[in-house]
Ligand binder design. Sequence first.
Ligand code: BDR
Ligand code: CA
Length: 347
Amino acid sequence: MTLPVFADVDTGVDDAMALVYLLASADADLVGIASTAGNVDVHQVCRNNLGLMELCRVDVPVSKGAEQPLRTPLRTAEDTHGPQGLGYATLPATDRQPTSHDSAEAWVRAAHAHPGELVAIAVGPLTNLALALRREPALPRLLRRLVIMGGAFDYRGNTTPVAEWNVSVDPEAASEVFNSWNKAWEGEAPKHLPIVLGLNITEDIAMTPALLARLATEAGSTSTPMSEHDERGRRSTASNPLIAVLEDAMRFYFEFHFDDGEGYLAHLHDPLAAAVALDPDLVRCRAAAMDVELTGTLTRGMTIADWSNRWGREPNALIGVGVDPQVFFDRFITRVGAFARRLGSHS
Ligand code: BDR
Ligand code: CA
Protein backbone atom coordinates (compact mmCIF):
# COMPACT_ATOMS: atom_id res chain seq x y z
CA MET A 1 0.00 0.00 0.00
CA THR A 2 1.31 3.47 -0.88
CA LEU A 3 0.65 6.17 1.70
CA PRO A 4 0.33 9.85 0.75
CA VAL A 5 2.89 11.66 2.92
CA PHE A 6 3.29 15.34 3.79
CA ALA A 7 6.54 16.61 5.35
CA ASP A 8 7.07 19.80 7.36
CA VAL A 9 10.81 20.41 7.59
CA ASP A 10 13.43 23.05 8.47
CA THR A 11 16.09 21.50 6.20
CA GLY A 12 18.71 20.92 7.93
CA VAL A 13 21.05 17.94 7.45
CA ASP A 14 18.84 15.35 9.12
CA ASP A 15 15.69 16.83 7.56
CA ALA A 16 17.30 16.27 4.15
CA MET A 17 18.05 12.67 5.11
CA ALA A 18 14.39 12.26 6.14
CA LEU A 19 13.15 13.61 2.79
CA VAL A 20 15.49 11.30 0.90
CA TYR A 21 14.22 8.35 2.96
CA LEU A 22 10.62 9.21 2.03
CA LEU A 23 11.52 9.57 -1.65
CA ALA A 24 13.35 6.24 -1.48
CA SER A 25 10.37 4.41 0.04
CA ALA A 26 8.03 2.60 -2.33
CA ASP A 27 5.31 2.66 0.35
CA ALA A 28 5.34 6.50 0.42
CA ASP A 29 4.08 9.06 -2.06
CA LEU A 30 5.50 12.41 -0.95
CA VAL A 31 2.72 14.83 -1.90
CA GLY A 32 4.01 18.08 -0.41
CA ILE A 33 6.76 19.74 1.58
CA ALA A 34 6.17 22.61 4.01
CA SER A 35 9.28 24.72 4.63
CA THR A 36 9.55 26.03 8.17
CA ALA A 37 12.05 28.48 9.61
CA GLY A 38 14.34 26.79 12.12
CA ASN A 39 17.77 25.37 11.41
CA VAL A 40 18.15 28.16 8.82
CA ASP A 41 15.79 30.96 7.75
CA VAL A 42 12.74 29.99 5.78
CA HIS A 43 14.03 31.28 2.42
CA GLN A 44 17.09 29.05 2.77
CA VAL A 45 14.92 26.11 3.88
CA CYS A 46 12.92 26.57 0.65
CA ARG A 47 16.10 26.71 -1.43
CA ASN A 48 17.35 23.53 0.24
CA ASN A 49 14.09 21.67 -0.35
CA LEU A 50 13.87 22.77 -3.99
CA GLY A 51 17.54 21.92 -4.61
CA LEU A 52 17.03 18.52 -3.07
CA MET A 53 14.06 17.84 -5.35
CA GLU A 54 16.27 18.83 -8.30
CA LEU A 55 19.02 16.47 -7.15
CA CYS A 56 16.53 13.63 -6.67
CA ARG A 57 14.72 14.48 -9.92
CA VAL A 58 11.24 14.55 -8.43
CA ASP A 59 8.47 17.13 -8.64
CA VAL A 60 7.12 17.55 -5.14
CA PRO A 61 5.50 20.93 -4.39
CA VAL A 62 7.47 22.94 -1.83
CA SER A 63 5.76 25.73 0.15
CA LYS A 64 7.26 28.58 2.14
CA GLY A 65 6.14 29.11 5.70
CA ALA A 66 6.16 31.96 8.22
CA GLU A 67 9.41 33.88 8.58
CA GLN A 68 9.18 34.04 12.38
CA PRO A 69 7.89 31.84 15.20
CA LEU A 70 4.46 32.76 16.61
CA ARG A 71 5.61 35.01 19.43
CA THR A 72 9.35 34.86 19.79
CA PRO A 73 12.22 35.98 17.50
CA LEU A 74 13.68 33.28 15.24
CA ARG A 75 16.91 31.60 16.24
CA THR A 76 18.80 29.51 13.68
CA ALA A 77 21.41 26.75 14.02
CA GLU A 78 24.15 27.27 11.43
CA ASP A 79 26.64 25.91 13.99
CA THR A 80 24.86 22.55 13.81
CA HIS A 81 23.83 22.37 10.15
CA GLY A 82 26.24 24.67 8.29
CA PRO A 83 25.85 28.17 6.82
CA GLN A 84 23.22 27.05 4.31
CA GLY A 85 21.81 24.20 6.38
CA LEU A 86 23.32 21.29 4.51
CA GLY A 87 26.77 21.18 6.04
CA TYR A 88 29.46 21.23 3.35
CA ALA A 89 27.08 19.99 0.63
CA THR A 90 26.20 22.01 -2.46
CA LEU A 91 22.91 21.29 -4.15
CA PRO A 92 22.37 21.65 -7.90
CA ALA A 93 21.08 25.00 -9.16
CA THR A 94 17.38 24.99 -9.96
CA ASP A 95 14.78 27.37 -11.31
CA ARG A 96 12.05 25.61 -9.32
CA GLN A 97 9.87 27.93 -7.23
CA PRO A 98 7.79 27.48 -4.08
CA THR A 99 4.01 27.25 -4.41
CA SER A 100 2.00 30.48 -4.45
CA HIS A 101 0.27 29.40 -1.20
CA ASP A 102 2.11 29.21 2.12
CA SER A 103 3.05 26.21 4.24
CA ALA A 104 0.01 26.43 6.53
CA GLU A 105 -2.26 26.40 3.51
CA ALA A 106 -0.26 23.49 2.07
CA TRP A 107 -1.02 21.46 5.23
CA VAL A 108 -4.74 22.20 4.94
CA ARG A 109 -4.91 21.49 1.21
CA ALA A 110 -2.97 18.22 1.50
CA ALA A 111 -5.21 17.01 4.35
CA HIS A 112 -8.37 17.86 2.37
CA ALA A 113 -6.99 16.22 -0.77
CA HIS A 114 -6.46 12.91 1.09
CA PRO A 115 -9.07 12.82 3.86
CA GLY A 116 -8.33 10.11 6.40
CA GLU A 117 -5.32 8.95 4.37
CA LEU A 118 -2.57 11.51 4.80
CA VAL A 119 0.44 10.56 6.89
CA ALA A 120 2.39 13.62 8.04
CA ILE A 121 5.69 14.36 9.69
CA ALA A 122 6.60 17.60 11.43
CA VAL A 123 10.33 17.65 12.10
CA GLY A 124 11.01 21.35 12.53
CA PRO A 125 9.48 24.00 14.81
CA LEU A 126 5.69 23.65 14.82
CA THR A 127 4.94 27.21 13.64
CA ASN A 128 3.21 26.30 10.38
CA LEU A 129 1.33 23.32 11.79
CA ALA A 130 -0.04 25.59 14.54
CA LEU A 131 -1.10 28.13 11.88
CA ALA A 132 -2.70 25.34 9.86
CA LEU A 133 -4.66 24.18 12.92
CA ARG A 134 -5.94 27.73 13.42
CA ARG A 135 -7.19 27.71 9.80
CA GLU A 136 -8.57 24.18 9.94
CA PRO A 137 -9.26 23.00 13.52
CA ALA A 138 -10.50 19.65 12.11
CA LEU A 139 -7.05 18.94 10.65
CA PRO A 140 -6.25 16.11 13.13
CA ARG A 141 -9.40 14.27 12.04
CA LEU A 142 -8.42 14.60 8.38
CA LEU A 143 -5.03 12.96 8.98
CA ARG A 144 -4.36 9.26 9.18
CA ARG A 145 -1.23 9.74 11.29
CA LEU A 146 1.13 12.48 12.48
CA VAL A 147 4.67 11.96 13.70
CA ILE A 148 6.40 14.88 15.41
CA MET A 149 10.11 15.07 16.13
CA GLY A 150 10.27 17.30 19.15
CA GLY A 151 10.89 17.48 22.85
CA ALA A 152 12.94 15.46 25.31
CA PHE A 153 11.18 13.22 27.79
CA ASP A 154 12.92 12.61 31.13
CA TYR A 155 16.06 13.52 29.22
CA ARG A 156 18.32 16.56 28.90
CA GLY A 157 17.78 19.14 26.18
CA ASN A 158 20.04 19.96 23.25
CA THR A 159 19.28 23.71 23.18
CA THR A 160 18.88 24.56 26.85
CA PRO A 161 19.60 22.13 29.68
CA VAL A 162 15.98 20.94 29.41
CA ALA A 163 14.64 22.02 25.98
CA GLU A 164 14.96 20.37 22.57
CA TRP A 165 15.56 22.54 19.47
CA ASN A 166 12.25 22.24 17.57
CA VAL A 167 10.15 22.99 20.64
CA SER A 168 12.57 25.61 21.91
CA VAL A 169 12.46 27.68 18.68
CA ASP A 170 8.68 28.05 18.87
CA PRO A 171 7.33 26.86 22.24
CA GLU A 172 3.97 28.61 21.76
CA ALA A 173 3.39 26.78 18.47
CA ALA A 174 4.26 23.43 20.03
CA SER A 175 1.91 24.14 22.93
CA GLU A 176 -0.90 25.09 20.54
CA VAL A 177 -0.46 21.90 18.53
CA PHE A 178 -0.46 19.60 21.57
CA ASN A 179 -3.39 21.40 23.19
CA SER A 180 -5.57 21.60 20.07
CA TRP A 181 -5.28 17.95 19.08
CA ASN A 182 -8.01 16.41 21.23
CA LYS A 183 -10.36 19.38 20.68
CA ALA A 184 -10.68 18.38 17.03
CA TRP A 185 -12.85 15.45 18.12
CA GLU A 186 -15.28 17.73 19.99
CA GLY A 187 -15.72 15.62 23.12
CA GLU A 188 -15.35 12.19 21.49
CA ALA A 189 -12.26 10.07 22.11
CA PRO A 190 -9.57 10.99 19.55
CA LYS A 191 -9.19 8.36 16.83
CA HIS A 192 -5.43 8.76 16.84
CA LEU A 193 -2.82 10.66 18.81
CA PRO A 194 0.34 12.25 17.42
CA ILE A 195 3.43 10.09 17.81
CA VAL A 196 6.04 12.31 19.48
CA LEU A 197 9.69 11.34 19.19
CA GLY A 198 11.96 13.24 21.55
CA LEU A 199 15.71 13.27 22.03
CA ASN A 200 15.35 10.42 24.54
CA ILE A 201 14.73 8.14 21.55
CA THR A 202 16.10 9.97 18.48
CA GLU A 203 19.58 10.15 20.02
CA ASP A 204 19.66 6.34 19.87
CA ILE A 205 19.82 6.72 16.09
CA ALA A 206 23.51 7.51 15.66
CA MET A 207 24.89 7.60 12.12
CA THR A 208 28.62 6.76 11.99
CA PRO A 209 31.27 6.79 9.23
CA ALA A 210 30.98 2.97 9.09
CA LEU A 211 27.22 3.12 8.48
CA LEU A 212 27.69 5.85 5.88
CA ALA A 213 30.25 3.67 4.09
CA ARG A 214 27.71 0.81 4.13
CA LEU A 215 25.18 3.15 2.51
CA ALA A 216 27.65 4.04 -0.26
CA THR A 217 28.36 0.35 -0.91
CA GLU A 218 24.63 -0.39 -1.10
CA ALA A 219 24.36 2.42 -3.67
CA GLY A 220 27.19 0.93 -5.75
CA SER A 221 29.23 4.04 -5.01
CA THR A 222 32.75 4.65 -3.87
CA SER A 223 32.86 6.25 -0.44
CA THR A 224 35.06 8.75 1.35
CA PRO A 225 36.80 7.46 4.48
CA MET A 226 35.93 9.76 7.38
CA SER A 227 37.30 10.21 10.85
CA GLU A 228 37.78 12.88 13.47
CA HIS A 229 41.44 13.15 12.36
CA ASP A 230 40.53 14.43 8.87
CA GLU A 231 41.10 18.04 8.00
CA ARG A 232 37.84 19.93 8.57
CA GLY A 233 35.60 20.28 5.53
CA ARG A 234 37.32 17.70 3.31
CA ARG A 235 34.96 17.11 0.38
CA SER A 236 33.44 13.82 -0.69
CA THR A 237 34.97 11.81 -3.51
CA ALA A 238 31.96 9.45 -3.81
CA SER A 239 31.11 8.47 -7.36
CA ASN A 240 27.35 8.64 -6.80
CA PRO A 241 25.92 12.21 -6.82
CA LEU A 242 23.42 11.64 -4.00
CA ILE A 243 25.95 9.82 -1.82
CA ALA A 244 28.41 12.70 -2.39
CA VAL A 245 25.84 15.23 -1.12
CA LEU A 246 24.95 13.08 1.88
CA GLU A 247 28.64 12.58 2.75
CA ASP A 248 29.36 16.32 2.51
CA ALA A 249 26.32 17.09 4.65
CA MET A 250 27.08 14.38 7.20
CA ARG A 251 30.73 15.40 7.60
CA PHE A 252 29.68 18.79 8.97
CA TYR A 253 27.11 17.11 11.24
CA PHE A 254 29.76 14.62 12.49
CA GLU A 255 32.11 17.51 13.26
CA PHE A 256 29.39 19.37 15.19
CA HIS A 257 28.54 16.31 17.30
CA PHE A 258 32.25 15.64 17.88
CA ASP A 259 32.83 19.20 19.10
CA ASP A 260 29.75 18.84 21.32
CA GLY A 261 31.38 15.86 23.05
CA GLU A 262 29.15 13.16 21.50
CA GLY A 263 31.81 11.40 19.44
CA TYR A 264 32.35 11.37 15.66
CA LEU A 265 28.75 10.47 14.87
CA ALA A 266 25.48 12.26 14.19
CA HIS A 267 21.93 11.80 15.44
CA LEU A 268 19.38 11.16 12.69
CA HIS A 269 16.40 12.58 14.58
CA ASP A 270 14.23 13.39 11.57
CA PRO A 271 14.82 10.21 9.52
CA LEU A 272 13.51 8.23 12.50
CA ALA A 273 10.30 10.27 12.32
CA ALA A 274 10.04 9.57 8.58
CA ALA A 275 10.54 5.84 9.10
CA VAL A 276 8.00 5.73 11.95
CA ALA A 277 5.45 7.59 9.81
CA LEU A 278 5.56 4.69 7.36
CA ASP A 279 5.83 2.00 10.04
CA PRO A 280 4.83 2.95 13.61
CA ASP A 281 5.91 -0.51 14.83
CA LEU A 282 9.51 0.70 14.63
CA VAL A 283 9.10 2.37 18.02
CA ARG A 284 7.55 1.53 21.34
CA CYS A 285 5.31 4.33 22.65
CA ARG A 286 3.46 5.22 25.82
CA ALA A 287 0.29 7.33 25.79
CA ALA A 288 0.37 10.32 28.13
CA ALA A 289 -0.85 13.85 28.57
CA MET A 290 2.02 16.13 27.69
CA ASP A 291 2.58 19.86 27.59
CA VAL A 292 5.20 22.50 26.96
CA GLU A 293 6.55 24.87 29.63
CA LEU A 294 6.07 28.44 28.36
CA THR A 295 6.83 30.64 31.33
CA GLY A 296 9.63 29.00 33.33
CA THR A 297 12.60 31.30 33.68
CA LEU A 298 14.97 28.32 33.40
CA THR A 299 12.71 25.77 31.73
CA ARG A 300 10.92 27.52 28.84
CA GLY A 301 10.50 25.02 25.99
CA MET A 302 10.74 21.95 28.23
CA THR A 303 8.33 19.12 27.36
CA ILE A 304 6.65 17.38 30.29
CA ALA A 305 4.89 14.02 30.09
CA ASP A 306 2.47 13.28 32.89
CA TRP A 307 3.24 9.55 33.14
CA SER A 308 1.33 9.12 36.41
CA ASN A 309 -1.72 11.16 35.37
CA ARG A 310 -1.26 13.70 38.15
CA TRP A 311 -2.96 16.37 36.00
CA GLY A 312 -6.00 14.14 35.39
CA ARG A 313 -5.96 15.06 31.68
CA GLU A 314 -6.66 12.72 28.77
CA PRO A 315 -3.53 11.57 26.88
CA ASN A 316 -2.76 13.82 23.90
CA ALA A 317 0.33 12.03 22.58
CA LEU A 318 1.97 8.69 22.04
CA ILE A 319 5.48 9.32 23.27
CA GLY A 320 8.33 7.27 21.84
CA VAL A 321 10.21 5.39 24.56
CA GLY A 322 12.05 2.58 22.75
CA VAL A 323 13.65 1.83 19.36
CA ASP A 324 16.00 -0.75 17.86
CA PRO A 325 18.59 1.32 15.93
CA GLN A 326 19.77 -1.68 13.94
CA VAL A 327 16.32 -2.29 12.46
CA PHE A 328 16.14 1.39 11.55
CA PHE A 329 19.59 1.50 9.92
CA ASP A 330 19.09 -1.75 7.98
CA ARG A 331 15.94 -0.29 6.48
CA PHE A 332 17.44 3.16 5.90
CA ILE A 333 20.49 1.78 4.14
CA THR A 334 18.51 -0.68 1.99
CA ARG A 335 16.04 1.95 0.82
CA VAL A 336 18.29 4.98 0.40
CA GLY A 337 21.08 2.84 -1.08
CA ALA A 338 18.79 1.45 -3.80
CA PHE A 339 17.38 4.92 -4.50
CA ALA A 340 20.85 6.45 -4.84
CA ARG A 341 21.87 3.56 -7.12
CA ARG A 342 18.88 4.24 -9.41
CA LEU A 343 19.62 7.98 -9.48
CA GLY A 344 23.30 7.34 -10.22
CA SER A 345 22.54 4.99 -13.08
CA HIS A 346 20.58 7.79 -14.83
CA SER A 347 23.17 10.52 -14.37
C1 BDR B 1 15.92 18.64 15.81
O1 BDR B 1 16.55 19.92 15.71
C2 BDR B 1 17.02 20.12 14.42
O2 BDR B 1 18.27 20.74 14.43
C3 BDR B 1 17.05 18.76 13.75
O3 BDR B 1 16.81 18.91 12.36
C4 BDR B 1 15.95 18.00 14.44
O4 BDR B 1 14.71 18.18 13.80
C5 BDR B 1 16.63 17.86 16.89
O5 BDR B 1 16.55 18.53 18.12
CA1 CA C 1 14.57 19.31 11.64
